[in-house]
Design a binder for this molecule. Structure first.
Ligand code: NAD
Length: 513
């Protein structure tokens, strides 16, 4: 059984059955937008975009501020929708989906106008006497936004806020696993006064996503798996349109001999299990230096005792359901593979036998290594894989022995040492003494290395990624064109002498640069 499965339809659209991961009962039907629906949405977006782009940043920011107030007022409603579709713990829904969305709306409303303000930039060298350079940021037009199921509301809202503040229209599609959490973004912005057609969230599956990618948009912002990201990138390359790809990860945590082990053990649990472990920057591999290994493991096992699983715990629930059965299959197969190859299971290691829904017990394993799927592929489940290492150098080597490079974290009481170790990890970003937090800090550009992605989103860089940075060069002297036809041989001789004076015989060229 799948959380969504095809059902008979009497029209030309694909119909899917949705089920609750908590009860496994049917919860509704998803009617997928087809190619005609997608084309119509893109046409509506194209028509609506110029008027939206013509508004001032202040006017656009007012819409975002109103959306922010609506999000805060509807906190419970948003949490209920997200929890019903995903089965995640309410505390995860609040922090990851509602708080972070409110924070993001506030940040982009306040700062977009500053980051994207037209400005003058110094022209270096001798041209600086003759030319003025102005930089402007023009919206790209219509953005296709495709998002996964693990952050179904935040991943639409956060990217939409950036694309909209930059003056674009957006045609978005959430995952078929969590369509109605994504759809909330459209209704919230509509209530906030966003003009019709400027943000549309379509319901649909992979074919709907492919139709958006192929539908003639001006950029694709994609978040999802490596396999789909590759297909999206191929299509964008063929069409010569820009794309950002935020893909999977297999993040490493390094616990040094001088770490605060109590904090590190908390960080190991949270980093591995927040959002049921369905966090792209979730901790998937934990390397602990041998001098503190036993003490760290003991603390981890002790802290694991108090965790609550199951919706009957309400807002006290620690680790929620796995969001859909395909992910459950991956988690189960990775853990079984590790057990077969010699891993020791200290806690969990199976589906929760006491709960009807898709619950995987919080799990702690040791004696793991890179022969096991769980250490080399993305598991995306509530599993802590702890490996003893001789020293930090070995930990770094193992951390970098991965096809992924999204995030990572280092634990030591020496901040400067943590910083130096973080620099040695080949990932998009890294935390010291915390789980991966950079997605929630817009000032930190976010994006992966290696198979974890292409390009960066969020903050100033993300906003500019939704624009064309257009330089306008203005002549400030007037008069006769210095390089006008006809060319003359003596001009070449004069130019050679001038170059010598500028860059060889005197430091004038360097002063002017
Ligand atoms: P997925 O690739 O299966 O689907 C992602 C989205 O793409 C969905 O909306 C899906 O319907 C759509 N899609 C599927 N086929 C498509 C196609 N051919 N063309 C266009 N769109 C298509 O990924 P998923 O299973 O939903 O998401 C989980 C993955 O997302 C994990 O690997 C996770 O690490 C990653 N992720 C990454 C980040 C990040 O910021 N790096 C954030 C969250 C999740």
């Amino acid at each position: 059984m799948s959380i969504y499965e095809s059902i008979e339809s009497t029209d030309s659209r694909r119909h899917l059955q949705l089920r609750s991961p908590v009860t496994l009962e049917p919860t509704g039907e998803l009617i997928c937008a087809n190619k005609e629906d997608v084309d119509a949405a893109i046409a509506r977006a194209r028509a609506a975009q110029p008027a939206w782009a013509a508004l001032s940043y202040k006017a656009r920011a007012e819409v975002l501020y109103r959306a922010l107030k609506i999000v805060v007022a509807k906190t419970d409603e948003i949490m209920e929708t997200v929890v019903a579709e995903t089965g995640k713990a309410p505390a995860d829904a609040l922090s990851m989906e509602v708080f972070s969305v409110a924070d993001s709306l506030c940040y982009y409303a306040k700062n977009a106008g500053k980051f994207l303000k037209p400005h003058k930039r110094k022209v270096h060298g001798v041209l600086g006497f003759a030319k003025e350079l102005r930089i402007t940021y023009k919206p790209l037009g219509v953005i296709g936004l495709i998002t996964p199921w693990n952050g179904p509301f935040v991943l639409v809202m956060n990217q939409a806020a950036q694309a909209l503040m930059a003056g674009n229209a957006v045609v978005a599609k959430g995952s078929e696993v969590t369509p109605y959490s994504a759809k909330l973004a459209e209704s919230i912005f509509k209530e906030a006064g966003l003009p019709d057609g400027v943000l549309q969230v379509l319901l649909g599956d992979g074919a709907t996503g492919a139709a958006i990618v192929e539908g003639g948009v001006d950029k694709i912002s994609f978040t999802g798996s490596v396999a789909t990201g590759r297909k999206v990138a191929e299509s964008c390359a063929r069409q010569l349109i820009p794309v950002t790809l935020e893909l999977g990860g297999n993040d490493a945590m390094i616990v040094c001999g001088d770490a605060d082990l109590d904090r590190a053990a908390d960080g190991a649990w949270l980093g591995s299990c927040m959002n049921t472990g369905h966090y792209c920057c979730g901790t998937e591999r934990i390397y602990v230096v041998e001098s503190v290994y036993d003490e760290f493991l003991a603390k981890v096992l002790e802290k694991g005792q108090g965790l609550k699983q199951g919706s009957e715990h309400g807002n006290d629930e620690s680790i929620g359901a796995v969001f859909w059965d395909k992910q459950m299959d991956i988690i189960e197969s990775h853990v079984e593979d590790a057990k077969t190859k010699g891993a020791t299971v200290h806690m969990g290691g199976q589906r929760n036998p006491d709960l009807k829904g898709l619950y995987y017990q919080p799990t702690v394993m040791t004696e793991v290594n890179n022969d096991m799927d769980i250490m080399v592929h993305e598991t995306f489940g509530p599993v802590l894989c702890i490996q003893k290492v001789r020293n930090e150098a070995e930990a770094i080597k193992l951390a970098n022995d991965s096809e992924f490079g999204l995030n990572g974290n280092v634990w030591t009481q020496d901040k400067e040492k943590g910083y130096q170790l973080a620099l040695q990890i080949d990932t998009g970003s890294c935390s010291v003494n915390d789980m991966a937090v950079s997605y929630g800090i817009p000032a930190a550009p976010f994006g992966g290395r290696k198979n974890s992605g292409v390009g960066q989103v969020n903050g100033e860089k993300g906003l500019k990624g939704y624009c064309h940075e257009m330089p306008v060069v203005i002549d400030k002297r007037g008069g006769k064109m210095p390089n006008a036809y006809p060319y003359k041989a003596e001009t070449i001789d004069g130019m050679k002498k001038f170059m010598n004076i500028l860059w060889v015989k005197t430091p004038i060229g360097r002063w002017l640069s």
